[in-house]
Design a protein around this ligand. Structure first.
Ligand SMILES: NC(=O)c1ccc[n+]([C@@H]2O[C@H](COP(=O)([O-])OP(=O)(O)OC[C@H]3O[C@@H](n4cnc5c(N)ncnc54)[C@H](OP(=O)(O)O)[C@@H]3O)[C@@H](O)[C@H]2O)c1
Length: 158
């Protein structure tokens, strides 16, 4: 069983337990890592946190409901940390992407980026001092769709 994602919607019988387990990894794990490293980064002059988010931070269907909710929470955490850590000159980079070819997506019949190209874009963003990296075209389109007259997270007419 995956600790960071599990297929299913919020009305599944076990959704409460699934959501708690996934939030433990994707939200509280990120929170605890940030709290542990913030003083170390401060002592070293600033540094950076790179938080791995997802296009699922912005849209949620019923396939990976708890995972998407945890990524929305992690996105919010990332946005808050960026403000909290600005005073100590710590860069906080949110990395958003759609499908990447890893164990997580094994068996998904969709177009995937390679892990190498996503990491390269993340590191380029880090070097450029960016706040966010939208690492593939689908992610860029979804992000743009948040400002559409009917935003992309609402059901779309066929
Ligand atoms: N793959 C994608 O399409 C995709 C898209 C968008 C965002 N992401 C994000 O990218 C990140 C990496 O995902 P991935 O695709 O590489 O997934 P993955 O192939 O399933 O690998 C996840 C890694 O995280 C570790 N892990 C899981 N739960 C943990 C926990 N509670 N404590 C410590 N380590 C834990 C796993 O360790 P074990 O092997 O020991 O279980 C594994 O090494 C995740 O944040 C994911 O949400 C992935």
């Amino acid at each position: 069983m995956f600790r960071l994602a599990q297929p299913g919607g919020f009305l599944a019988q076990d959704s409460d337990a699934v959501a708690r387990r996934i939030f433990e990894t994707n939200f509280f794990g990120m929170l605890n890592m940030s709290k542990a490293f913030a003083p170390v980064l401060k002592a070293n002059g600033g540094g950076a946190l790179l938080n791995v988010l997802s296009v699922a931070s912005w849209v949620n269907g019923s396939e990976l409901a708890a995972y998407s909710a945890s990524k929305s929470a992690a996105w919010s955490l990332t946005n808050a940390l960026r403000h909290e850590l600005a005073g100590q000159k710590t860069q906080v980079l949110g990395l958003h992407m759609a499908y990447v070819d890893t164990d997580l997506t094994r068996g998904f019949d969709v177009q995937k980026s390679s892990a190498e190209e996503i990491v390269q874009r993340a590191l380029d963003g880090l070097e450029a001092g960016a706040d966010e990296v939208l690492a593939d075209v689908l992610t860029q389109q979804v992000r743009q769709g948040l400002a559409a007259p009917r935003p992309v997270y609402l059901p779309q007419a066929n």
